[in-house]
Write a protein that binds this ligand. Sequence first.
Ligand SMILES: [Zn+2]
Length: 258
Amino acid sequence: MASFSTRGVILKRFPLGEKDKLCILFTHAHGKLRVSARGARQSSSKLAGVSEPMVILDAQLHKGTTFHILAQAETVETFPVIKTDIALISFAMFLLELVERLTEDEDPAPDLYELLVRTLYLLTASSDPASLVLAAQWHVLHLTGYMPRIRECCICDTALRDTSGIPFYAAHRGGVICHRCADGYRGETLAFTRPLQATLHQIGDLSTPGDWSSFTVNETIQPLLWQLVRSHMKAMTDRDLKTMVFLDAMRFDAIGKI
Ligand SMILES: [Zn+2]
């Protein structure tokens, strides 16, 4: 059986049969892989701890047709600081879900891998994890091709800088619409205020995760941005983000359904 070695981070895992786990492993070299960890649901298994979400591991895999088999694994990082803080867990799981939902199997995305892993490390020492994750998620959308259109109206193509009045974010149009087009628009919208626009342009200008860690999203903008990304993801993938339940529970009061 052909085998190969790779480093990756576990995005998600499911029970597989009575004793195994099916892991979604996001790797630097091969993109997202489906990997069976045999016996990993048994606490005595060497693969039990290493086959959990957020763990970075060096894996030796046997190639399979439906999924690969995890033959050996060496733990690189388990992020104990994140795992002891409910807020940090929620932010990290949100990023893992975002990457899992927006990537295809076996489609290498090394820049996205670097972004995810770097952000997880930055989370362990961040004084403002919400701002860090809001900046990171925007770059995840960019790298996966799911960035909403925010500079021109998605209906009439007019550049927003050439319009007056408040434009709106319209999830089912994939971006913003100008105030004139919003007049006759029947779908749900979110006011795309100037401060929100300015924040997103600032985030877009931050080129590396190192820049994000010193970036602060104003507290009045944060709930709007969470609401925007949630409704955007729902419109793009036809499902709500599961991890938003945790973020809701952390009293991001203004997160709502639009
Ligand atoms: Zn328009």
